[in-house]
Design a protein around this ligand. Structure first.
Ligand code: AMP
Length: 612
């Protein structure tokens, strides 16, 4: 492997990257730098996030500008476009570090969500490199503040993401303002058709460089998946958090709503988690990201878009709470772990209907996604107990004046307890709730590769389907005739709560609750979706009928349920139904999470656990 100097990188830049601790070029840098330091060419580099792309284009770009005659430099010479504000800041920071010994090169990040006036003033003073998100740059161009007439190098970083985010037109507008003689460098993790189209319209004989397999994932990522019933997805997620007490990871959800709900549930269940999505204000997002960056937060629940540009190098886990719609998002999500030569684990929590997509993803990442079993309760308890034992072993025994002064008294107080018993007490103190929970909790239903249930899970499903027609599943709902819940009302409600068209079968209305049948394949979605809604401030509760004692309406449980169920009337107006409000008291819970972090505890917080 060649050194940076041997690749042709100039002494002041070599000095700056040595200061950063870069010893040798990374593969993408070794492949790209010589081309960019030679004749001006167009280039497409396919490389994953976290492979050292910024230095690959940044070092030659800065070096070329630093060698230009003085005077030509006050107008922007180079433009780096990227999809998000966070990535923009990250790239600008990196370029600033690389140009530490090149005082003549000034770098300016321009992005939406911050003062445009300050950016206009900085542009007036003169900059050599603009790092921009497309929308804000166009804004500045329209105000006449940013001129691209001297730009000779344009870099499109994370080009596939920019296209995914709908920046295609903006890119065309920007590229049409750059002189013809410029050269264009395109960095992308994947090569969708749209990128190929940009390449053919805007590039001249581009050199194509692929680091690793085209579209392939990082070899240091281990790809695994769990297959569970849809209603057990959250429980599976909790088990992951419990099984990896030192987890530092992102849970990717598909929608903002789901992101917020999962984060709320995790916080409520005592995990050190928070959410990141587009409905939060910029200030809230900055706050969460900063908490996560400094590891004050262990589990970040995020949408794909919001997590973009969050530059965190040492994630232990990426969890897919369901697979993304497009396979490329899977690569991007997973690419957030195993960065800079480290290893990482990608875990997809899927249900049997996602098998087809798993196969597509396997093709793209170029390796098998291994099915793994959900950790059993006893394996989780063992992991947690040993984790604490490990921590105790590793405590640094530094002198602490306050502790020393109280220690003799405490030792005397506990003197009567044998060592074994002392350890037992300590473990119970920390983990009693966890141990109790996993002793009593039912195991999560896991389906086989064809989506079939086995053993206990199969017996349960057979039982609950026994009363229903072939291919249908019987469900319970806590609204009945007294709530004016008639068949047409119930059908309307189901269709409003559950996206898509649900096949509905027999409906049995009782005074205060009802049973209805839906297609077996849709039952899990119906249960999961309907429980998120409420009617006139009263939560909808839908369960598998077996859990509500099929056919035995006179059991104590059913009677108790009936008693509990208030007889408020179901509103005739369809507007009566609405999503239940998000969990309140987020602030105080965040305060708790901060406190736990201060104490250096794991994601699982024993004393706060509440099982659902
Ligand atoms: P990037 O793909 O540009 O986001 O880089 C990923 C990470 O690798 C960043 O933290 C860089 O600072 C780091 N990095 C880039 N090049 C090198 C290098 N040659 N040696 C060590 N670390 C590097």
């Amino acid at each position: 492997m060649k050194s940076f100097l041997e690749l042709g990188v100039s002494a002041p830049i070599c000095q700056a990257i040595t200061d950063l601790g870069y010893e040798q070029p990374m593969p993408v840098q070794e492949a790209v730098i010589p081309y960019l330091l030679g004749e001006a060419i167009d280039l497409i580099a396919l490389a994953q996030t976290g492979t050292g792309k910024t230095a690959a284009f940044g070092l030659p770009l800065l070096q070329n500008i630093s060698l230009m005659p003085q005077g030509e430099q006050s107008k922007p010479q180079a433009l780096v476009l990227c999809p998000t504000r966070e990535l923009c800041l990250q790239i600008a920071d990196d370029l600033t570090s690389y140009s530490k010994y090149l005082p003549q090169v000034r770098i300016l990040p321009v992005y939406g969500g911050s003062s445009i006036e300050a950016q206009i003033r900085a542009l007036k003073r003169g900059v050599e490199v603009i790092v921009a998100t497309p929308g804000r740059l166009i804004d500045l161009m329209e105000r006449g503040a940013a001129s691209l007439s001297s730009v000779h190098t344009v870099v499109l970083d994370e080009a596939d993401e920019m296209l995914n985010m709908g920046f295609s037109e903006s890119l065309q507008t920007i590229l049409s303002e750059v002189p013809e003689e410029r050269h264009l460098l395109l960095f992308s993790a994947t090569m969708p058709k749209e990128i190929a189209r940009i390449a053919s319209s805007y590039m001249k004989n581009p050199k194509e460089i692929t680091v690793g397999n085209k579209n392939a994932g990082n070899a240091n990522i281990k790809h695994t998946y769990y297959m569970v019933a849809a209603r057990h997805k959250y429980l599976a997620l909790k088990r992951i958090a419990d099984f990896y007490p030192n987890i530092y990871g992102i849970v990717f959800c598909r929608t903002r709503k789901e992101t917020q709900e999962i984060a709320d549930q995790l916080i409520q269940d005592g995990y050190n988690a928070d959410s990141l999505h587009g409905e939060l204000s910029q200030a809230q997002r900055d706050y969460v990201m900063q908490k996560f960056r400094i590891r004050n937060l262990q589990i970040l629940v995020a949408t794909d878009v919001a997590a973009r540009g969050l530059d965190v190098d040492d994630l232990t886990h990426v969890i897919h709470y369901g697979l993304p719609d497009d396979v490329e998002s899977y690569t991007h999500r997973s690419g957030r772990t195993a960065r800079a030569g480290k290893t990482g684990l990608s875990i997809a929590i899927c249900h049997s209907r996602e098998r087809g997509r798993l196969k597509d993803i396997e093709r793209i990442v170029g390796s098998k996604i291994e099915r793994v079993r959900i950790p059993s309760g006893s394996a989780i308890c063992e992991k947690q107990l040993y984790n604490l034992a490990d921590k105790i072993e590793r405590v640094e025994l530094t002198e602490d004046a306050t502790l020393e002064s109280f220690l003799p008294g405490i030792v005397r107080k506990l003197d009567w307890i044998e060592k074994d018993e002392l350890i037992r007490r300590l473990m119970l103190l920390e983990f009693r709730r966890l141990l109790d929970y996993y002793e009593s909790v039912e195991e999560i239903e896991e389906a086989d590769e064809k989506g079939r249930l086995h053993g206990e899970a199969k017996a349960k499903r057979d039982k609950r389907n026994a009363m229903a027609e072939e291919g249908m599943t019987r469900l319970f709902i806590n609204f009945g005739k007294f709530d004016r819940m008639y068949p047409n009302k119930l059908i309307e409600l189901i269709n409003k709560c559950v996206p898509g068209r649900v096949r509905i079968g027999k409906i049995d209305l009782m005074p205060r609750f009802s049973f209805f049948e839906v297609d077996e394949a849709e039952a899990a979605d119906v249960v999961a979706s309907m429980n998120r809604f409420e009617v006139e401030g009263r939560r909808i509760s839908v369960e598998y009928a077996e859990e509500a004692q099929i056919g035995d309406f006179n059991t104590k449980k059913a009677k108790a349920r009936e008693k509990k169920s208030s007889s408020r009337r179901f509103d005739d107006q369809p507007s009566g139904w609405e999503r239940k409000p998000q969990a309140r008291e987020r602030r105080s819970r965040e305060g708790d999470a901060r406190e736990r972090n201060r104490r250096g505890q794991s994601a699982y917080i024993p004393s706060k656990r509440r099982e659902r």
